[in-house]
Ligand binder design. Structure first.
Ligand SMILES: O=C(O)c1ccccc1N[C@@H]1O[C@H](COP(=O)(O)O)[C@@H](O)[C@H]1O
Length: 204
């Protein structure tokens, strides 16, 4: 099973294209300071136009649970992705209402103890989220095999996606790698990505 999340969407046409090509999840950045941030009303407009079987993810960074829950409701999203230094209690509070993905920024190998964080899945990202910078994928290995779902992100592109998929993560997640400008997805790169994913599945 290969799951692909396309993140940092800001335009309805991009979200519909990603869904049509086979994206499993779509991400909307509601975190302050992001160049891909969009207003909750804009995310809601896109969310309501999508089909029922694609997962809508809200991306947050160091926002308290009350704010995350309010934005999730306003934007009509389904899964909360936490990208800062959120304490476990915040994830537990949010997790009473929505499944939580906890992102960790890697500046070295992943730490096995992260598997104890109260989240449905862990996402391994580069130190600067949304920058498109990759890290050695082997850094994910300490968490693969812990039984925790692991999502690989950080500098994944259509070209290098097979390398990430070869580690058999729960999912891969791309923002910059399928863009033509910040927040604007590239049809050609999205098509190339899903072609590579299909080829991987056929050969796997
Ligand atoms: O994309 C952003 O601007 C962003 C801001 C704050 C938190 C997370 C953000 N993006 C996340 O970055 C990864 C992968 O990005 P990339 O493919 O390396 O560009 C993805 O999980 C996004 O959710």
């Amino acid at each position: 099973m290969v799951r692909v999340k396309i993140c940092g969407l800001t335009r309805l046409e991009d979200a519909l294209l990603a869904e049509a090509l086979g994206a499993y999840a779509l991400g909307f950045v509601l975190a302050p300071g992001s160049r891909r941030r969009l207003a909750p009303e804009a995310a809601r407009g896109i969310s309501r136009a999508l089909g029922p079987f694609v997962v809508r993810v809200g991306v947050f960074r160091d926002q308290p649970p009350g704010e995350v829950l309010r934005l999730m409701e306003e934007a009509r999203l389904q899964v909360a992705q936490l990208h800062g230094a959120e304490p476990p209690e915040w994830a537990e509070a949010i997790g009473r209402f929505f499944p939580v993905i906890k992102a960790f920024s890697l500046d070295g190998p992943a730490r096995p103890e992260w598997a104890g964080y109260p989240a449905w899945a862990l996402l391994l990202d580069s130190p600067s989220p949304g920058s498109g910078k990759p890290y050695p994928r082997a850094w994910a290995e300490p968490l693969l095999g812990t039984g925790k779902r692991v999502i690989l992100a950080g500098g994944i592109t259509p070209e290098n996606a097979p390398e990430a998929l070869a580690l058999r993560p729960y999912a891969i997640d791309l923002a910059s790698g399928v863009e033509e400008a910040v927040g604007v997805k590239s049809r050609a790169r999205l098509e190339a990505l899903f072609a590579r994913v299909r080829a991987f599945m056929m050969g796997a």
